[in-house]
Design a protein around this ligand. Sequence first.
Ligand code: NAD
Length: 280
Amino acid sequence: MAQIIDGKALSKEIRLELTEEVAQMKEEQGIVPGLAVVLVGEDPASTVYVRNKEKACGEVGMYSEVYRLPKETSEEDVLLLISKLNEDSKIHGILVQLPVPDHIDESKVLNNIDPKKDVDGFHPVNVGKLFSGEDAFVPCTPLGVMEMLHRNNVEIKGKEAVIIGRSNIVGKPMAALLLQEHATVTICHSRTADLKAHAKNADILVVATGRANMVTGDMVKPGATVIDVGINRVDDVLVGDVNFEEAKEVAGLITPVPGGVGPMTITMLLKNTLKAAKIS
Ligand code: NAD
């Protein structure tokens, strides 16, 4: 039976470390790391995410500002706000909560964030740096997965890593990070011909598809590390993309949903904000 990676406990441990670092920065340099979060519209899930981000900042002693803009806000006004935040010395990190309403061009907004304040790691400059192996802001979810692997002493070098899902937010940056640490990386997606054969070959299997319970026990290599990024609501219960009950019988290490990757994501946002404050 697999050992379960407790993302909540790990997250708590890292937030304590961050709290100390923030206090030290304040004392030694008089700098309080600051995050600005921009939310356009009232999407219920986004509203909850933004509230959690604001709360998390407060808990580790960081400064935060949240801009809750009505859904009909023009693209021009959002861009103006970003320019202002780019110049604001109290703000080290800027995050625009996605998705934005249809009349706003998402990439235009993201491309206008100063890459040095791009704590979500979505700006093309940071994406390019990540893929060429330079120091960059890395998207929070894959960064959190790496932290989970490291803190559980999972060997990466020379291992077969298979990622199911090729989104810009999870799958692609995940591949870059694992490659950087010398894994042999395979990226699978909805048009992959024989998903099971690839998955079964993985020493490290990262699943980010948004398809509830799609990875079954017979797709997992005995002893593999299984990281489930998926968050799906089925009959009002949160489940991952991995059939946890089946996979835990085969895997060596596995993350649960909820309480796995989820809590790590906001923690990595805090870590990126501290990094941005250091850069400034
Ligand atoms: P996305 O919809 O942008 O991408 C999904 C990917 O999965 C696509 O590349 C697609 O090709 C692939 N896919 C879909 N069905 C497939 C199938 N049957 N077989 C193989 N590949 C398939 O999603 P995303 O933004 O990467 O998010 C994926 C999941 O992770 C969602 O459930 C999302 O809620 C969750 N998520 C969680 C966190 C977190 O903090 N834990 C963060 C981001 C996303």
